[in-house]
Design a binder for this molecule. Structure first.
Ligand code: 6YU
Length: 502
């Protein structure tokens, strides 16, 4: 393959963006995917846990409906359950959140009034919808989603006198919990970091979020099976991409390539085109020395400005459930918290208060009695530095407090994700941060060299979730970005003109 004629294409990474590009690329001479990890799938990563499976990364298909390419692909491979296939399921508008029957626990160990909880949530949902409406508005009322929401909350939940004070405190505590949930959704430490004006540019597709009965990894596994053997090289971390060069293969002086990809193990790959699909977190940390020559300033700026934060999961396996069979989401409200007050900066003492609660893995016959907690931001990054035993101990303490049952049995086992420590990811997913906009996403996606008349076009192409303007942070955004870059190359290969230099 290496010695053959035709265009040589290398993709860096083997997550959904790179696998998607590999699926769609036509007419190339050779294609190699170089993946740093020992597995494909990237941030789609299913692991065995308890008697079932745990999704360490992507969990749901967000908006499983015909407009979602991950849904179409997964359905075509027969990877989805009967629920997802139902037409009503595909038509339902859930506004980007999985809709699950829930119960709310208060930090005092007493259940807060369901009516008060649902009123506060309705208020929050209305405010969030109004935050999305500023997209395209010249002058948004605040720079960030968090500042806007807090200003609205201060106005709409005024300080009452006397007996009402307790009800207001609960309302504020529920609103604080909702803000933390949004941090998980946006993959950020604080909604104060998420830009208000572009917030509504993210598109929620219709459909009730669904999971993969055989694990999310069954999708990249199937995509991999369809590729010729040897296309993906695992444990092949790329150290440097040299572009705008003139590189020759030993023993083949006739042909020169504009790009050389050097791996950490010393192997090199020459290419006409390299599709870079590494996560934005990796680019933020490494772009200066990863590309030689360095990226143009405009692209480097976009990398710096766009946001990339951490959302982690904590799986807990129980001998017996302490929740009712119909409950699928256990939410946690810290009754002394308020969005109008600064959260504690003492991570060691308070990291666990950022946990939003737990999703119950379904069905129990497959998974056992397993809860999946979600935690975002710096607290989540701090959690990554603790031992599993420490995480399990803290989770046991929280659950005993919340349920008001000091002898609640401790979980039998624990498993947590550590996306911020992951060297080739450095966080969970992207968001449009204060000071950036959707234009930065487009700049990030722009191929190089920038000059369309360059005689050696499309040396570097950029794919990955953070390069999709309306579906960033999702698996469908990643897949579509890979298809987009493959199509860009297909058009080049199929364009009339001089045949590839051999
Ligand atoms: C979704 C969901 N979901 C939870 C958690 C995480 C993510 N997402 P990849 O990283 O996959 O591939 C790049 C590869 O490159 C990788 O394998 C590296 O090892 C490799 N690499 C890096 N450096 C290299 C080098 N030097 N050399 C060689 N190789 C190198 N998405 O649709 N549903 O439920 C979740 C969730 C904990 C971490 C998610 C979810 C995000 C997706 O997982 C992610 O976007 C894609 O898998 C990325 O694919 P890729 O190919 O781009 O990169 C308004 C507004 C709000 C906006 N947000 C709303 C949606 C919220 C997103 N959902 C999150 C929720 C969960 C639970």
């Amino acid at each position: 393959m290496e010695g053959g004629g035709g265009r040589r294409v290398v993709a860096v990474g083997a997550g959904l963006a790179a696998l998607g590009a590999a699926q769609r690329l036509r007419g190339h001479g050779s294609l190699r995917l170089l993946e740093a990890a020992a597995r494909t799938g990237g941030r789609v990563c299913t692991r065995p846990f308890a008697s079932g499976l745990a999704e360490m990364g992507a969990h749901w298909i967000h908006g499983p409906s015909p407009g979602n390419p991950v849904f179409r692909l997964a359905a075509g491979y027969g990877l989805l359950g009967p629920e997802a296939a139902r037409e009503e399921n595909q038509r339902a508008e859930a506004g980007g959140h999985p809709l699950l029957p829930s119960i709310t626990y208060g930090s005092s160990g007493r259940a807060p009034s369901p009516r008060a909880v649902s009123e506060a949530r309705d208020l929050f949902d209305a405010l969030l919808a109004s935050a999305r409406a500023f997209h395209g508005a010249g002058e948004p009322p605040a720079p960030s989603v968090g500042q806007y929401l807090r200003a609205e909350i201060a106005q709409r939940v005024p300080a009452p006198a006397g007996r009402e004070a307790g009800a207001r405190r609960l309302q504020l505590a529920v609103l604080a919990a909702r803000l933390k949930l949004e941090c998980c959704v946006s993959g950020t430490h604080s909604m104060d970091l998420v830009a208000l004006e572009p917030f509504g540019e993210y598109v929620c597709l219709p459909g009730l979020d669904c999971t993969f009965p055989g694990g999310y990894s069954s999708l990249p596994d199937r995509m991999l099976e369809a590729l010729p053997e040897g296309t993906v090289l695992l444990n092949k971390a790329v150290r440097t991409i040299r572009w705008r060069g003139s590189f020759r293969e030993e023993g083949d002086k006739a042909r020169d390539f504009p790009v050389q990809v050097e791996c950490e193990d010393g192997d090199t790959f020459l290419a006409d085109h390299v599709i870079v699909t590494v996560p934005l977190g990796f680019l933020k940390e490494r772009h200066q020395d990863f590309f030689q020559p360095p990226l143009p300033e405009r692209k480097a700026e976009a990398i710096r400005r766009l946001g990339f934060g951490t959302n982690n999961k904590i799986f807990l396996e129980f001998e017996q459930p302490f929740w009712e069979p119909q409950q699928q989401l256990l939410e946690v409200v810290w009754e002394d918290e308020s969005p109008l007050e600064e959260p504690s900066a003492d991570l060691e003492a308070n990291w666990f208060k950022k946990l939003i609660g737990f999703v119950v893995l379904q069905p129990p016959e497959q998974h056992g009695h397993v809860l999946c907690g979600f935690i975002a931001g710096k607290e989540s990054e701090y959690m990554e530095t603790l031992s599993e035993a420490e995480v399990l101990g803290t989770m046991t303490r929280i659950l005993r407090t919340m349920t008001g049952n000091p002898s609640l049995p401790a979980p039998r086992s624990v498993l947590r994700s550590q996306w911020h420590s992951a060297r080739y990811t450095r966080g969970s997913y992207s968001y449009v941060a204060v000071g950036s906009s959707g234009d930065d996403i487009d700049v990030l996606a722009q191929p190089l060299p920038e000059d369309p008349e360059d005689p050696r076009p499309l040396q570097l192409l950029f794919a990955g979730e953070a390069t999709h303007r309306t579906f960033y942070s999702t698996t469908h955004g990643a897949l579509l970005s890979g298809w987009r870059e493959a199509e860009r190359l297909n058009q080049l290969f199929e364009a009339p003109g001089p045949s590839p230099r051999l």
